[in-house]
Design a protein around this ligand. Structure first.
Ligand code: TXA
Ligand code: MG
Length: 333
């Protein structure tokens, strides 16, 4: 679909509008929705293809992980293993402006690799806005929801802000009026041993979180109040055991092959996959993590995977960013 070609609808935050939005989401569409913090760019969090469209619509140059929005604690427990400390915070703050990062739970209906950006953890939030909760119930599954603005622009707190940035790039926006909190959620990562780290300050005050927790949060921003470390930088991303050779025109002897666009005539004996034979960058992003995993398994985590050149435009920037990190020499774990 060409960029900026969609006729973005503005939906009402009533039952009819939410049903229409849920139907668009079920079809793999993007629907911005109000939350108590800021407007989120909603997409089916279980779908690699829908998540790829989120990164494309926002123009994000990197696959940083997205928050999965769910309607209640039960839905959160199906997607993540919540340690006791996380349960205590959830009981005190959900629904509300708190996002919890916890180990991902594999299984049917798990979040897409692109939503978790290949991490072993997932970020979860139960929003307090009635339209957001109504949409989650009408849709019946988790919704990825980064702030509904082009990458690098201000987060939107009104439907008009969403349209100003993303009109033509998303199927619809639900107009729920101004967002009451106006800043993003506080993000806390809870490790299996219960250690709770503040990854991003936000709408839920740190003092109140610490009171509910009965312990101090581990601060990542330094005692002097320096800026927070980008959360995505804290965890190691999925990297194959095999080495990657980027920008290759064909696999060498014994190498695996990850193609994009038409494959060379002779692919040799190694395992091969193609991110998108048609050269579609959105389809390629959706296929990226699964293809890397499949090739790495077929190579027993050894040897070299030759990777075709990916154009440096649109989602190609994010795909190349991820491939370069996977190709970089790694410290032993
Ligand atoms: O208030 C909010 O949180 C809004 C509304 C729409 O809910 N959403 C929002 O999403 O701010 P976004 O994508 O703009 O911010 C998500 C943040 C990113 O900084 C990302 O790095 C971090 O959450 N994050 C997500 N998953 C993570 C994970 N598994 N580990 C560490 N950080 C994670
Ligand atoms: Mg944002």
């Amino acid at each position: 679909m060409p960029k900026d070609a969609l006729d973005t609808q503005c939906l009402t935050a009533d039952a009819a509008g939410l049903e229409r939005a849920a139907a668009l989401l079920r079809g793999g569409g993007l629907v911005a929705f109000p939350t108590e913090t800021v407007y989120g760019l909603g997409a089916d969090a279980r779908s690699e293809a829908a998540a790829a469209r989120v990164f494309d619509a926002k123009g994000r140059p990197r696959f940083n992980p997205l928050i999965a929005h769910i309607p209640d604690l039960k839905a959160a427990m199906a997607l993540a293993d919540l340690p006791e400390a996380a349960l205590r915070l959830a009981a005190a703050f959900w629904p509300g402006p708190l996002t919890l990062v916890a180990p991902r739970r594999p299984g049917p209906g798990e979040v897409a690799d692109l939503v978790a950006a290949g991490l072993e953890t997932v970020a979860l939030r139960v929003p307090a806005h009635p339209a957001a909760l109504g949409l989650l119930r009408a849709f019946g599954g988790p919704l990825a929801g980064p702030s509904a603005n082009p990458s690098g622009k201000l987060s939107p707190t009104r439907a008009e802000h969403v349209l100003g940035g993303l009109s033509g790039r998303i199927e619809a926006v639900i107009d729920g009026g101004p967002c009451p909190v106006g800043v993003e959620s506080t993000i806390v990562a809870v490790a299996p041993d219960g250690a709770a780290r503040l990854l991003r300050p936000g709408g839920a005050p740190v003092e109140a979180l610490e009171e509910a927790l009965g312990a101090a949060l581990i601060r990542m921003d330094g005692a002097a109040g320096a800026g927070p470390i980008a959360p995505g930088m804290l965890e190691s991303h999925y990297a194959p055991g095999a080495l990657l050779r980027l920008g290759a025109d064909r696999p060498g002897v014994g190498e695996g092959w990850l193609g994009f666009g038409p494959d060379p005539a002779d692919l040799g004996e190694g395992p091969a996959a193609n991110l998108s034979p048609e050269g579609d960058l959105i389809a390629a992003a959706a296929a990226l993590f699964a293809a890397l995993r499949r090739l790495d398994t077929a190579m027993d985590g050894q040897g070299v995977i030759a990777v075709a050149p990916i154009p440096e435009r649109g989602l190609g920037l994010a795909i190349n960013d991820r491939l370069r990190r996977a190709a970089a020499p790694r410290a032993p774990s």
